[in-house]
Design a protein. Structure first.
Length: 113
């Protein structure tokens, strides 16, 4: 086999768009915000879990983004933290927006009238 027909493979200098850091899952973003609020209030997992009516283990898994909590659980935990659901949603939205950078419209856009 002739060596002149061999073309060396080159690594791309920039990662392809699909290799960019993926957005966090909603449960991860919610968990991060719940943990941040709890820590800002200097509250323990046990205190918040008891007030919310969930186990410490479950609340810990929610905060770490390992569990997908129901809307009832999210409502109970936000209530135990003295937040409204809209406050948590706003915090998560700001957090995700700061990670995403400027808005992109790479695909088709459908506008309803």
């Amino acid at each position: 086999m002739a060596q002149e027909n061999v073309v060396p493979l080159r690594r791309p200098t920039t990662p392809p768009p699909s290799a960019a850091t993926p957005e966090p899952l909603w449960r991860e973003a919610v968990g991060r915000e719940l943990r941040q609020v709890r820590q800002d209030q200097a509250r323990t997992l046990a205190d918040v879990a008891q007030r919310a009516g969930v186990s410490v283990q479950y609340l810990s898994e929610v905060e770490r983004g390992l569990k997908e909590p129901s809307s009832e659980i999210v409502g109970a935990v936000t209530g135990a933290l003295g937040l409204r659901l809209v406050d948590l949603t706003a915090r998560v939205t700001r957090s995700l927006a700061s990670l995403a950078g400027p808005a992109r419209h790479d695909g088709p856009v459908c506008l309803a009238a």
